[in-house]
Design a protein around this ligand. Structure first.
Ligand SMILES: Nc1ncnc2c1ncn2[C@@H]1O[C@H](COP(=O)(O)OP(=O)(O)OP(=O)(O)O)[C@@H](O)[C@H]1O
Ligand SMILES: [Mg+2]
Length: 463
């Protein structure tokens, strides 16, 4: 038996397999061939690397992409791993089309068709592609959470384990200000978890629960609806080859503090609903193929017995300045990619007249130099290559991002869009006009939003 120290960290690789109608692809044999190919043809792989050159593989026609996504060693010093020092964990997956076709109401009396209480998607789903990469956080929170949940689910699936001696409720709670990516992160985690645990589950289902609708519309009915919802979840979980992920958004509306509701008018209903959720969670924790994700803006309004059951409580803050830059950068690069913004035709527009370096450069090399032509560079590139070019687009965007620190991710993505809609008049427009438009929107909407108070307002009401 291998000793614990001899066990190598896992390097996770995701292989997306094409779903060609009329053909049956053996994902297990694709996986085997890719493992063999990577182990024999590569000495090292880098996190985020899109592995190319697989055309010669026998089953290459079935492969859409191969991507190195994470390493359980979590070494922040390097993103490159030698293959003889890691264990390759290659997971193949096929994307399902959007909804399960099972979007349905948990009420059976037929009166609530306009307000379904939950919605089911097959995982991994086409509609969630890109979510994971679109999220920007100050810390590697998504990868850390994914590793933790994967590990916990693996440990808890050990049939030898005496569950009465350990406590694991399969419950994750993301909390924080509005618009910081909590719901998006839950969906992305469910998608990634299904792929990561592909060796155990053939596919996944994401059950998204519309908690406010259970209370608001069906006053007096809530506890019955919650009970039925958990029955539905148990029925789904009966198929042990399916990973069942449950997303309860705005969980405070279903699990309000019982002390508080007991003193209000809606005593019976809300109180019974909270009790029903707690009972439902206690039953579900014995299902080895279930994981529950919850979000909330109002931790203080959640019942303490519910909070006590949460295994992982993660605060999701507003983005810091560097994360704000990355969010704005992806928005502006998308405008460039679609031809809505174009680089300035006159290099004088973007050259810094006070900069001695530019005098040595032929002006055909604009301040986009060292970077992908026209696209906004990473912050690292800005700091490294553009430190003495304050008028370059990258530097200008960085100073605007610093002013926008403390705004939510949702607000930042909206600002980029609003800037162009309000202050530019035709397509295409220049990148510099786009940046001026962003500066105007920031001036108009957040005139007093200074960097100094950004950190304080990063907590909650900064909008
Ligand atoms: N950290 C982030 N990185 C990138 N985009 C973000 C981030 N946070 C939010 N967004 C953007 O804002 C949108 C809203 O995010 P989401 O609905 O997940 O936020 P939320 O925290 O659940 O908000 P609420 O608390 O209001 O429900 C997302 O579609 C995404 O485009
Ligand atoms: Mg949300």
């Amino acid at each position: 038996m291998a000793s614990a120290t001899a066990i190598k960290p896992a390097l996770h690789v995701e292989v997306r397999v094409l779903d060609v109608p009329g053909t049956i692809v053996r994902t297990d044999s694709v996986q085997k061939e890719v493992v063999e190919w990577l182990s024999t043809q590569f000495l090292s792989l880098r996190i985020d690397q899109e592995v190319k050159g697989y055309e010669k593989l026998q089953q290459s026609a079935a492969i859409d992409s191969i991507k190195v996504v994470d390493c359980s060693a979590n070494n922040s010093e390097t993103s490159i791993y030698k293959l003889d020092e890691v264990r390759l964990d290659v997971q193949t997956y096929i994307l399902y089309n959007g909804e399960d076709g099972n979007s349905r109401s948990s009420s059976d009396d037929g009166n609530d068709e306009d307000s379904p209480h939950f919605n089911i998607s097959q995982l991994p789903s086409k509609k969630f592609v890109g979510l994971w990469d679109s999220l920007v956080f100050d810390r590697p929170t998504p990868a850390t959470l994914l590793r933790f949940i994967t590990r916990m689910m693996t440990i808890a699936s050990n049939p030898e384990l005496d569950q009465t001696l350990l406590n694991w409720n399969r419950l994750l709670l993301l909390h924080g200000p509005p618009g910081t990516g909590k719901t998006t992160l839950c969906r992305a985690l469910a998608q990634k978890l299904t792929i990561r645990l592909g060796g155990r589950f053939t596919h996944g289902k994401l059950v998204e629960i519309n908690s406010p609708s259970m209370l608001s519309k069906w006053f007096g009915e809530s506890s019955r609806l919650v009970g039925k919802m958990f029955e539905g979840i148990h029925a789904l979980a009966d198929d042990e080859t399916t990973l069942v992920c449950i997303l309860i958004d705005e969980v405070e509306s279903l699990t309000g503090m019982r002390e508080r509701v007991a003193s209000g008018n809606e005593v019976g209903d809300a109180l019974r609903a909270t009790n029903q959720v707690l009972t439902g969670l206690d039953r579900i924790k014995h299902r080895s193929n279930v994981m529950v994700f919850c979000t909330s803006n109002l931790l203080s309004a959640i019942d303490s017995a519910f909070l006590d059951r949460v295994d992982i409580k993660q605060f999701i803050p507003n983005p810091c300045a560097s994360a704000a830059y990355q969010i704005l950068r992806t928005c502006f690069n998308e405008f460039v990619r679609c031809g809505i913004l174009v680089s300035s035709e006159d290099p004088q527009d973007i050259a810094d007249p006070s900069c001695t370096v530019s005098a040595d450069l032929n002006f055909t090399m604009s301040d986009w130099v060292f970077m992908d032509y026209e696209y906004f560079p990473t912050l690292q590139q800005v700091n490294f290559h553009l430190w003495n070019r304050p008028h370059s687009p990258g530097r200008k965007l960085w100073s605007l991002a610093q002013r926008a620190e403390g705004l939510s991710g949702r607000e930042l993505r909206r600002l980029a869009f609003k800037a162009l809609a309000l202050h530019t008049f035709a397509d295409p427009t220049t990148v510099l006009d786009g940046l001026s438009a962003l500066a105007r929107v920031l001036d108009d909407e957040h005139p007093s939003f200074q960097r100094e108070n950004g950190k304080e307002s990063n907590q909650y009401e900064c909008r």
